[in-house]
Design a protein around this ligand. Sequence first.
Ligand code: GDP
Ligand code: ADP
Ligand code: 5GP
Length: 210
Amino acid sequence: MSQGTLFIVSAPSGAGKTSLVRELIESLDGIQVSVSHTTRAKREGEVDGVNYHFTDAATFEGMIARGEFFEYAKVFDNYYGTSRKAAQTVLDAGQDVILEIDWQGARQVREQMPEAVSIFILPPSRSELERRLASRGTDEHAIIARRMRDAISEMSHYDEYDYLVVNDDFTTALQELQSLVISRRLACPLMSERHASLLATLLSQAPGVE
Ligand code: GDP
Ligand code: ADP
Ligand code: 5GP
């Protein structure tokens, strides 16, 4: 079975990537989000195994030592990582997979899988980013201040990505993400594999035709 496409989605915290990715996978078939491991504390409403696999640092470091991560990075003093299993299970099932990861992880993935498609989501302004972080209501003031500081260095890596989406109007940004996934699925190598028998029929020579 052919493998699906791996999409990398990065953004500064609060830009809306989790909300956009959630809607994206609800609106399209054949695409799933990879569930990362993290050592950060669980937020109210988050579910272990759904939003993240919440682990302690010793467990995470054990997984690093055993080479179990496809990529991992330290973000805001916590470890975050994608296990090989999390991404590969989805790809092997022929589904597309989305990794919601930071720029350091994105680099590691591109090195191992240059064909991955990477998308960076930008907020419409710094003030709106801060407003969203605060209005989400999940983080303390000090955590928000830290995330705002780190947002600038995260955003400075925008030009390492294949595509940029500005999440100003949510519906527009969602449509742009959908277009990227759909256009990727229409690429000639993928389509010719998927429609091999159609192409064979269309191209078969009728008797007497050159
Ligand atoms: P949020 O982005 O504000 O929802 O905050 P989180 O604490 O959930 O995530 C913080 C950052 O960690 C995100 O901006 C992601 O870019 C990054 N991140 C999440 N999962 C992974 C992962 O598996 N690997 C890497 N490298 N980064 C991750
Ligand atoms: P991230 O995963 O990038 O940290 P979230 O998806 O948690 O961001 O979004 C941060 C907050 O901003 C959430 O409260 C979300 O509902 C809100 N949000 C996301 N996109 C938009 C948008 N286009 N306009 C207004 N608010 C948004
Ligand atoms: P809340 O956490 O209160 O649901 O949302 C926080 C802020 O994000 C609100 O200003 C809300 O309008 C905005 N928001 C949340 N989800 C969406 C969405 O799907 N689309 C848009 N446009 N805004 C959203």
